[in-house]
Ligand binder design. Structure first.
Ligand code: HEM
Ligand code: ISQ
Length: 154
């Protein structure tokens, strides 16, 4: 199904809201990931040695921000080109980072759920099912590209 201008706008507009409070939303994103999959904690270098999620960790914030931004970028590409294209170098790098850290396909569902819940909480009354579907589709296509690269790597 074609990705519409409306869907792209839903993603963009909610990202504008989300980024106003990016530190808090990054922490929330991460907290939900660990609520769903506590074992994921061991995979992240910035968590390994702490009992709690560090409240002001630059890496956590920048990585989480990248996940949101890359998903937004995917929404734009889906609308413009009908597919998600990640630059070769970025894809190779992300493929290897995720393989190296022991990420498996199933984890992508966890991150998706956490991403959608973070956005839902962040936008409050502006949330709609349609908004969730738009983010979900952009995420799925991005995840498919990373997963395919991970299979090449493995
Ligand atoms: C690292 C994006 C899915 C676990 C990263 C980084 C980015 C990223 C940008 C930082 C790389 C760097 O600069 O060093 C994404 C995107 C995803 C995705 C866009 C989905 C579309 C996942 C999933 C997991 C995961 C499903 C598993 C729970 C990790 C881990 C690291 C990482 C363990 C290394 C963090 C560290 O210790 O530095 N990811 N990721 N990612 N990601 Fe993901
Ligand atoms: C890396 N990959 C996927 C999700 C993430 C969430 C928070 C911080 C880093 C991440």
């Amino acid at each position: 199904m074609a990705f519409t201008e409306k869907q792209e706008a839903l993603v963009k507009d909610s990202w504008e809201i989300l980024k106003q409070n990016i530190l808090e939303n990054s922490l929330r994103f991460f907290t939900i990931i660990l609520e769903i999959a506590p074992a994921a904690k061991a995979m992240f270098s910035f968590l390994k040695d702490s009992d709690e999620i560090p409240q002001n960790n630059a890496k956590l914030k920048s990585h989480a921000t990248k996940v949101f931004k890359m998903t937004c970028e995917s929404a734009l590409q889906l609308r413009e080109k009908g597919e998600v294209i990640v630059s070769d170098t970025t894809l190779k790098y992300l493929g290897s980072v995720h393989v190296k850290n022991g990420v498996i396909d199933l984890h992508f569902e966890v991150v998706k759920e956490a991403l959608l819940r973070t956005i839902k909480e962040a936008v409050g009354e502006n949330w709609s099912e349609e908004m969730g579907c738009a983010w979900g589709e952009a995420y799925d296509q991005l995840a498919a590209a990373i997963k395919a690269e991970m299979k090449q790597e493995a």
